[in-house]
Ligand binder design. Structure first.
Ligand SMILES: N[C@@H](CCC(=O)N[C@@H](CS)C(=O)NCC(=O)O)C(=O)O
Length: 229
């Protein structure tokens, strides 16, 4: 039997990997890592496992895997290539699967990261005298880029989820696992709420209710993304 070790950083994308492993019913060990209480950054230990030092990192029988979308795909390839978590090739569902797997990190995450950084510019870690200036910069960037960009993505997802219960179709897939993290982040820092986005919120409730999601939380801890708000 393969040995799987997940380097899990609290309140991070590595929740995705725990969730996938739970959905697949695989056994795994967790190496727990904490964020710096002030900066929220990871420590040096993760760099000893992979030069980028970003979570998630997974080690399977000594082989190191990084980058969450690539890890999801590698785990499916190795442990359950025919899994229903990945739609059959050459189908409309698979086309959607590939799109959303890349979209989550490549398109949805960047404006949310900018939003997070604008929050830093507004926050207490900025020297007092500089704050009026950095707050003005944050306001301009949010008004001209971040907020319209985030609204564009939320409107897109809201329309997609009006058509089908999961991103690829009727069946839950690893693309939903990949997309859940930015949406979890968006609920705490980008005003993703019931009133304007009922389909996204109902979708997230469906994801959170899955036994695999719950088991990942039970093993890896609650996903507390309000630390970034
Ligand atoms: N695109 C990468 C992003 C990895 C990433 O930035 N991970 C964050 C956690 S959510 C991290 O390790 N942050 C700590 C730091 O950069 O110090 C992935 O999907 O795996």
């Amino acid at each position: 039997m393969a040995t799987i070790v997940v380097h899990h950083l609290e309140d991070s994308r590595s929740h995705r990997i725990l969730w996938l492993l739970e959905e697949l019913g695989l056994e795994y060990d967790i190496e727990m890592h904490r964020r710096h209480p002030k900066t929220n950054r990871s420590g040096k230990e993760l760099r000893a496992v992979h030069p980028l030092g970003k979570a998630p990192i997974v080690v399977v029988d000594g082989e190191v895997f990084a980058e969450s979308g690539a890890i999801l795909e590698s785990l499916l390839d190795r442990f359950d290539p025919e899994s229903s978590l990945r739609p059959a090739p050459k189908t409309e569902e698979h086309r959607r699967y590939r799109f959303f797997l890349h979209y989550a990190e490549g398109s949805l995450m960047p404006p949310l990261l900018v939003k997070l950084l604008m929050g830093v510019l507004r926050g207490k870690n900025i020297p007092f005298l500089a704050r009026p200036l950095t707050r003005a910069v944050a306001k301009t960037v949010d008004a001209q880029f971040t907020d319209p960009e985030i609204a564009l993505h939320f409107d897109f997802l809201e329309n997609e989820l009006a058509e089908r219960p999961f991103l690829c179709g009727d069946v839950f897939s690893a693309a939903d696992i990949q997309a859940s993290f930015p949406l979890e982040g968006a609920t705490v820092r980008a005003g993703l709420g019931e009133a304007r986005y009922p389909n996204i919120m109902a979708y997230m409730a469906r994801l959170r209710a899955r036994p695999g999601y719950q088991a990942a939380i039970a093993r890896g801890g609650e996903l507390n993304l309000s630390r970034f708000s």
